[in-house]
Design a protein around this ligand. Structure first.
Ligand code: HEM
Ligand code: SF4
Length: 570
């Protein structure tokens, strides 16, 4: 058997996530050392340092350490008081911004070690948690955030919170360290996870057959609610999605989930637990790069996986229900709830709730939440929904946004509305290029070009990440820019909002200033040759003559001169 990775031994020796975090927390230093840096992730925080400051500091000085703290919110739901409490935490102990993540959570950036305990304790005090927001466990469970109380939406929310509860780590370490809970060490602490937890992260989501806003094909396990009219009958279970890969490594792949089967509603959460248990017992623990469920599935094949599932399940797994492509809604703008009230979806560029220049989004949201006390829900596109508004309330929301210079969703170009970017520099330790900081400028350029071509309002998703790990789901976008090194990106095309198709590498190693030039010929052809209603990626796939949906892409991909020539018409 191959040797276990260093992270495995950190977990094994960590006594169910304790390590020496409690001791190091009070040692007066600016950062943690050793295995605790790994264990902290399970508690929902990453130790980072300001990457910009690295260049400025002299050799002898210490790095500018600060912590990212992530709040897990199943299906992205919180109430007005919780929102205001998180805003206060951001102002008091973080950098004053709240960041909506692509998995419906919130992140704080820039928390100093001395404030870490207060930050995490306050999140818990407000009945939220950072536990298992990162680390080798089941992560924040995604679910459609639309505030609709029909049977199908209720079943989706129930499944999401059921998965979150069933797969939450049981260790008391979190309470001991952050909430001054009583110390207890027992070997029976983690009945599901055991001593070494999962081989790596495990991502789940619950979608509707009528709305794939959680990008179900990108999840390790996805449930898709199947209804007969308005009555829920059960869920299709999809397994083995995951978008991270490594440049130039042929054996790393971004891959879409595949249908495993159909289960009735009462067995849905247990089905997810069984898949997690197969991953726990058979996932790769020697090589972190291959430690995702998608690699186990590729190695075993679906038949073997299904047989192992059936062996563990005490209920039947039926064949998956055949479905047409899943529609997709971003939920932005004004929508009537079935109860007659309204919800309003606010666009948040790259998920960052802040006041910048003329756009005072943070102030606007603060005023709205204080005055109207709406429900708050986060979407998988890094946006915010304000719910349960009456007629006067929804008008007040629109007026407040406008008064603070925030552009309403219906006035945004499609390219901006559907864009996503990961944080990257200066916080993320894995970033090799900028993303969130440069996407506004890139979108300005694309907007101008698309408007000139008469394509301003054609649905299109542009996504950007600072490295190939894929946190903003680039490999299912229409157009994606993935960092190669500072100022240099690979350009991908061919995915789309439906999330059921992966991209092709279109151009490698393009400088930031030339990104628009790299895709302009394709945009021009799209403008002039598309069929009515044909999206960019449908058009691209037709041009290159592909009829099957592509479901995986490896890190070793080279741009195909033939495909590029077909797409640009040269
Ligand atoms: C495979 C290797 C991956 C690693 C090592 C990794 C690591 C990280 C790190 C360090 C951050 C913190 C960045 C910061 O806030 O400064 C981050 C952010 C994030 N990652 Fe990943 N990530 C990986 C893949 C993914 C994938 C495939 C997804 C989802 C499809 C994802 C979802 C997120 C989310 C939701 C955030 C929060 C920021 C955002 O919304 O963009 N990650 N990741
Ligand atoms: S994609 Fe890479 S650079 Fe961006 S947040 Fe994820 S790990 Fe960091």
């Amino acid at each position: 058997m191959s040797k276990e990775s260093k992270v495995e031994s950190a977990k094994r020796q960590g006594r169910h996530l304790r390590g020496t975090i409690a001791e190091q927390l009070h040692d007066g230093g600016s950062h943690f050392e050793g295995d605790d840096v790994t264990l902290l992730k399970f508690h929902g925080t990453y130790q980072q340092d300001d990457r910009d400051a690295r260049k400025r500091r002299d050799e002898s000085a210490e790095k500018a350490f600060a912590f990212m703290v992530r709040v897990a919110l199943p299906a992205g739901a919180l109430d007005a008081d919780q929102y205001l409490a998180l805003e206060e935490v951001a102002d008091r102990w973080a950098n004053g911004t709240l960041r909506v993540t692509t998995r419906q959570g919130f992140q704080f950036h820039g928390v100093l070690k001395r404030d870490l305990k207060a930050t995490i304790a306050e999140v818990n005090h407000r009945l939220m948690t950072t536990l298992a927001a990162c680390g080798d466990v089941s992560r924040n469970v995604m679910g459609c955030p639309a505030p609709v109380d029909d049977e199908v939406h209720q079943a989706v929310r129930a499944a999401a919170s059921g998965i979150a509860q069933r797969l939450r780590p049981a260790s008391k370490a979190y309470h001991e360290i952050w909430l001054d809970g009583e110390k207890q060490v027992s070997t029976e602490e983690e009945p599901f996870y055991g001593d070494v937890y999962l081989p790596r992260k495990f991502k789940t989501g619950v979608a509707l057959a009528t709305d794939n806003c959680v990008d179900i094909w990108s999840q390790d396990v996805g449930l898709v609610a199947i209804a007969d009219g308005r009555t829920i009958t059960g869920f299709n279970v999809l397994v083995g999605g995951g978008l991270g890969m490594t440049h130039h490594k042929a054996d790393t792949t971004a891959r879409l989930a595949q249908p495993l089967g159909f289960v009735t509603t009462e067995h849905a959460v247990e089905a997810v637990r069984i898949v997690a248990s197969i991953f726990r017992d058979h996932g790769n623990r020697a090589d972190r790069r291959h430690a995702r469920l998608k690699y186990l599935l590729a190695e075993w094949g679906m038949e073997r996986f299904r047989a192992e599932f059936a062996r563990r399940a005490e209920f039947p797994l039926a064949p998956p229900v055949e479905l047409p492509p899943l529609p997709y809604h971003d939920h932005l703008g004004r929508h009537r709830q079935p109860d007659g009230r309204w919800f309003y979806g606010v666009f948040v560029q790259s998920g960052r709730i802040t006041d910048t220049g003329g756009q005072r989004l943070k102030t606007a949201l603060h005023e709205i939440v204080v005055r109207l006390r709406p429900g708050v829900r986060l979407t998988g596109q890094q946006n915010v929904l304000l719910t349960d508004l009456d007629d006067a309330g929804v008008k007040a929301v629109e007026a407040a946004l406008r008064a603070h210079g925030v552009t309403p969703a219906q006035e945004l170009s499609a390219a901006r509305r559907f864009s996503m970017a990961c944080p990257a520099l200066p916080t993320c330790g894995l970033a090799v290029a900028d993303s969130e900081r440069v996407i506004p400028e890139l979108l300005d350029r694309f907007e101008a070009e698309l408007s000139a071509l008469g394509l301003r309002d054609e649905p299109l998703t542009i996504r950007m990440t600072g490295c190939p790990n894929g946190c903003a789901r680039p490999y299912t976008a229409d157009i994606a820019f993935v960092g190669r090194s500072l100022g240099l990106y690979n350009v991908y095309v061919g995915g789309g909002l439906g999330g059921d198709r992966v991209v092709d590498l279109f151009r490698a190693d393009v400088r930031f200033d030339e990104l628009l030039d790299a895709v302009r010929p394709l945009l021009v052809r799209w403008a002039t040759e598309r069929a009515p209603g044909e999206g960019l990626s449908d058009f691209y796939q037709r041009l290159v003559g592909r009829t099957e949906r592509r479901t995986s892409i490896s890190g070793r991909e080279e741009p195909s001169a033939e495909l590029v020539a077909l797409a640009v018409g040269s």
